[in-house]
Structure formats: structure tokens, C-alpha cells
Ligand binder design. Structure first.
Ligand code: NAD
Length: 367
């Protein structure tokens, strides 16, 4: 039995990871440590809340005492650090909390793990720490000269991609905080031999994503016949990663990735934002048969400050070393995602009304 301490496990990717691991492996225990900010939603985990292999701990990754206590009590073999402030627009409005949570929270996690895992002889046993990072640390790529109608490069062989060796060049306060966190993780590995590995993923989508992010926002607004706000000309390109594919990559890198290394996760699902919005309109109108869901809902709004133009990942290293590749093409993943949102109106209603925040009180306060 291996124990995973997962931080931010009530968030979008973290909760998908908890569900994925418990589904995939019989011999794992998961301890989910989450501060339950606006983005943390324990309703994502109702299906496992009574599973004896799962434990929730309400704690902040910046809290030395609380984190040391969780580690002492549960003795995790692996720590996977998902917890973060994750929304770029919020970081532009309020950068301080991003430095606090993403940088200082990560440093606290590293300190607590290092103290608990140090065997006194300069080693850390078989423990492993994985930092969940982002492709945004690499900055922005130019749109290639020739693109397909969906925004993907027409000549992928001769196109620039983010590689693990690409210089770090963050632009937003969010990506600056994630870059700093990655550099602390690297420094702990290089200085103390701390057993850490870093993954950097592209834009995730799938079930349980908070509807402030592009895909769930568009699905939600389309269903309600609300405007679909698209930044600028809509030609910014992101490399879309279905969340289960990401969870699989984290599982593989946590177990078999080389310590001290970075692994890019994503790849070859580059699509322009306007294409994303149009495919969502087409699919939602097909499923609901609602003629009011149409491209007339699209509304171009003033571009985000410092908006990166294109992200595109080359996942060659993780493919060559661990055999991982992104299994879900965007066109398949988006259909699954839209169906999930349509099949779970209660989840959407609770999130959009704020009712999800009472869930912890109801379910856990008296436990
Ligand atoms: P999210 O915002 O959905 O979830 C973040 C979770 O962290 C929430 O449950 C929140 O309550 C928790 N949290 C926040 N501050 C905390 C603190 N101080 N202590 C403990 N818990 C805290 O984020 P997400 O989209 O699931 O992203 C998870 C990780 O993946 C983040 O590190 C993010 O930077 C990274 N990432 C996300 C994407 C993406 O497309 N969503 C892409 C690249 C990288």
C-alpha cells in the first residue's frame, strides 16, 4: 500500500487525480490536503468520501504546523503538490496571494517534506515529491506562418514548440509565481538532493472545472443563452489536454520520472480559442436541439493584458522515457466534457450559486 499526499485535491485537476488513482489502483491511500478556497469543491469527491482509502484534511499548504502534522500522521510515500491559485485574470487583479500560495506554500511543502523525510545520512529513502507546473512558465510562441482552420500548425515538423530546455520567460503574475515555485523545487533537489520531479502541463479541460475557465464558462453561458466573451480576435492558441490524460502522466512521472528532471505534459491538441468556442456552440446545440445556441452569442471583448499568443508543447521526453502520450484528441474530449456538464446540472448549479461552499460544513464539520 502506497500513500499519496495530494494537495489541492478538491480543485479541478486534483480531484480528477484523486478519483483516477482510486479507480486505477487498489493498493493506494490518498490523503487530500486542501484549504478549500473559492476553487476547492469537496462535492467533486462525493463518490469516494466513504472509501476507507481516502482521507480529507482541511489545511493550508502555507501552515508549517498543520502540514508537518499531516506528514507525521500519514507518512506519505509520495507528495503531489497541486494546490495553487490558478487563474491568470485573478493574478492580474491581485498578484500578492499568488506569491503567497504558489511560492511560499511550495517552499513550506518542501521544508516540511525535507524535515520529515531526511534519514540523517543525507538521503530521503524512497520518498518522492512531484510539483505540478504549467507551460505558461515558458512565455509565448509565435503563431506559425501556416495554420489549419482550427488554429493548429499546418506544418508541425517545422514549427516551434515548448521543450523542457526552452528558457523560462513568464509574463503574468500567475506564471511568475509558478516559475518561482519550480525553481525552488529544482534548488531543493540540486542543493539538498531532495527527491523532487516537476511536470509542466498545458491547458486542462474535463469534468469538475470551475466555470471561470474558458471551456466550462462557454458551456455554461451557451446553455443559458448568455454572451460568449472571447478575448481580442480569438486567435490565441492553447494546447488542450484532457484531464484524465494529465492524471495518467502524473501517476507515471511520480513513480518512474527521473528525479531532478522536468517533464512537459501536453501536445498536439493546439486549437485557437475561437475554434474552441465554435465547437462548443455546435455540440451544445446538437445535443440540446436549441436553436438559440448559435454563433450570434459570440462577443469579442478587450484582450487580456499581456495575453500570451500561443502555447504549444513537445511532449517528446515523457513519451520517450515513460511511454506517455496524450490519448484524447480535443474533438473527442470536448464531447465527453460537454456531456458531463449536461449530465450534472446539480453540480453546475451548486458551483454557480455558491452552494458548494456549504458542503464542507454539512458533510465534514461534525465528523
Ligand atoms: P484549481 O484552482 O481548480 O484548484 C486549486 C486547489 O488548490 C483548490 O482546491 C484550492 O482550494 C486549493 N488551494 C488553494 N490555495 C491553497 C492553500 N494555500 N492551501 C491548500 N490548498 C489550497 O486549480 P487546477 O486547475 O486544478 O490546477 C491544479 C494545479 O495545476 C495548479 O498548481 C495549477 O497551477 C496547475 N496547472 C493547471 C492548469 C489548468 O489548465 N487548470 C494548467 C497548467 C497547470
Amino acid at each position: 500500500m502506497k500513500t499519496y499526499l495530494v494537495t489541492g485535491g478538491a480543485g479541478f485537476i486534483g480531484s480528477n487525480f484523486v478519483l483516477y488513482m482510486l479507480r486505477k489502483h487498489d493498493d493506494v491511500r490518498i490523503v487530500n490536503v486542501d484549504a478549500l478556497t473559492y476553487a476547492g469543491n469537496l462535492e467533486n469527491l462525493t463518490s469516494v468520501q466513504d472509501d476507507p482509502r481516502y482521507t480529507f484534511v482541511h489545511a493550508d499548504i502555507r501552515d508549517k504546523e498543520a502540514i508537518s502534522k499531516v506528514i507525521a500522521e500519514h507518512k506519505p510515500d509520495y507528495v503531489i503538490n497541486f494546490a495553487a491559485e490558478s487563474h491568470v485574470d485573478r493574478s492580474i487583479a491581485n498578484p500578492g496571494i499568488f506569491a503567497d500560495t504558489n511560492v511560499m506554500g511550495t517552499v513550506n511543502m518542501l521544508n516540511c517534506c525535507r524535515a520529515a523525510w531526511d534519514d540523517g545520512k543525507g538521503g530521503f529513502g524512497d520518498h518522492r515529491y512531484l510539483q505540478v507546473g504549467t507551460d505558461e512558465v515558458y512565455g509565448s510562441l509565435a503563431i506559425p506562418d501556416k495554420v489549419n482552420p482550427d488554429g493548429s500548425p499546418a506544418d508541425p515538423e517545422h514549427t516551434d514548440y515548448f521543450r523542457e530546455t526552452t528558457p523560462l520567460n513568464p509574463h503574468s503574475p500567475y506564471s511568475a509565481s509558478k516559475t518561482s515555485a519550480d525553481l525552488f523545487v529544482k534548488a531543493y533537489h540540486d542543493t539538498y538532493g531532495f527527491p523532487a520531479v516537476i511536470t509542466r502541463c498545458s491547458n486542462n479541460y474535463g469534468p469538475y472545472q470551475f466555470p471561470e475557465k474558458l471551456i466550462p464558462l462557454m458551456i455554461h453561458n451557451a446553455l443559458q443563452h448568455k454572451k460568449l466573451p472571447v478575448y481580442g480576435d480569438g486567435l490565441n492558441v492553447r494546447d488542450w489536454l484532457y484531464v484524465d490524460d494529465h492524471c495518467k502522466a502524473i501517476d507515471m512521472v511520480a513513480t518512474d520520472g527521473r528525479l531532478g528532471e522536468v517533464y512537459n505534459v501536453g501536445g498536439h491538441n493546439e486549437r485557437a480559442n475561437i475554434y474552441i468556442v465554435k465547437t462548443i456552440i455546435a455540440e451544445v446545440s446538437k445535443v440540446t436541439g436549441d436553436p438559440e445556441v448559435n454563433e450570434g452569442l459570440i462577443s469579442h471583448v478587450t484582450d487580456r493584458k499581456g495575453h500570451d499568443r500561443r502555447y504549444g508543447m513537445a511532449p517528446d521526453k515523457i513519451k520517450a522515457e515513460l511511454g506517455w502520450y496524450p490519448e484524447t484528441p480535443y474533438e473527442k474530449g470536448i464531447v465527453k466534457t460537454i456531456r458531463w456538464y449536461l449530465d450534472n446540472p446539480e453540480w453546475v448549479e451548486h458551483v454557480t450559486s455558491g452552494a458548494y461552499q456549504d458542503y464542507y460544513q454539512k458533510m465534514y464539520a461534525n465528523r
